[in-house]
Write a protein that binds this ligand. Sequence first.
Ligand code: SF4
Length: 469
Amino acid sequence: MTTTTLPVAFTPSDELLQRFDVPGPRYTSYPTADRFVEAFGPDAYRQALRQRAQGAMVGGAPPLSLYVHIPFCEQVCYYCACNKIITRHHDRARAYLDDLKREIDLHAAELGAPQPVSQLHLGGGSPTFMSDAELAELMQMLRGAFRIEAAAEVSIEVDPRTADPQRLRNLRQMGFNRISFGVQDFDPDVQRAVHREQSFELVQALVAEARALRFESINTDLIYGLPKQTPESFRRTIAQVAELRPQRIALYSYAHLPHRFKPQRRIAAADLPSADQRIGMLRAAMAGFIGQGYVYIGMDHFALPDDPLAVAKRMGNLHRNFQGYTTQPDCDLIALGVSSIGRVGATYSQNAKTLPEYHDALAQGEFPVVRGIALTRDDLLRRAVIMALMCQGRVDYESIELAHLIDMRAYFAREFERLREFEQMGLVEVGEQAIQVTAAGWFFVRAVAMLFDRNLHSDQVRERFSRII
Ligand code: SF4
């Protein structure tokens, strides 16, 4: 199997970073969620579940991935672009749990015997808005309806401000074996400017406790491009994160879209770093983490060399789903909770985005799916190419041609034409048998993948996405 390895100290040039400082999809799905349509509703979703259940009966369905969205947060972070509900009323979690129970039961009824689950993730919002008793109840509900495998990855996003060592012990006891801390930036000025104050010492103590509790993987999320951030201040955060030595680091670029995300209107545009400063921060992060021995996985992710993600990267076995890069082979994703997006067979679907709409559907015994898409042959083919690029950095023509009964060069004549420019920039090698993303190309793999996206025809469409580096 061909693999792509990066020279340890490789980082891209400023010229390339500037050239690709443009919006683009993250390709956690293809087609991207903006292509979903309302014509795909609860009936179509039920049909997809039934087809899966039939496949499972004849032994053809791989284990499931589960995602549960907990939308509540106590206070708003001004950079937030998530679907969340800001409230201090913790009793709202109780009613939400009842709705989740209904949604889980609906799935169990369609899927039949408890289906094996190899990956479970609780995200938000802030899952730790719920009390430990409520989280334990949720885990019990899930275990009642699904068969969570002994080796399953069971992960939770933790807002450090809502956690203490006892909380982490309780989470470990509930079966969580992976934990992700939202850090974003440790600089006090930046934290004040985004309304999210949490000290380095707090996160340090939690990471130490998580390590003592033998969580198999600790992740920290960072964001660059925030107000009051400078390359110098961000370098300090990078050094502090490297000192914590999490197995994985996710580094996201802040997209300032105040017309779309109301909390961002509290951020003064004058406080935002310039384009040059943002590139300086990205460069500092890449050099800092790679210099500290982290492997650049692709897009926004770094991992320690012995982490399963880094191993999968070396072996050409990476996959991608709504949680980003994963070691789990492609599998159906059952997404529970308000606004969550799932994948069943050749379909994607999304739940209602508001709590009343979500609740009403479930109260009537209906799946709360409000939109989705059934993939066409062309979608499936382009998804295969895009995921091969994003995950393996390589597209072998023969495997695509055999699976999709096409001639690569004829079907994608326009795309091959546009690949030439990328080849001249040294980002890809277009060979007789395969397209290979180069070491430099890994940093811009989203841009390479975008060439194969049929739906990105206008700047207006592209502006809906975050920046690609
Ligand atoms: S960034 Fe996370 S914690 Fe902050 S408001 Fe948004 S969902 Fe809640």
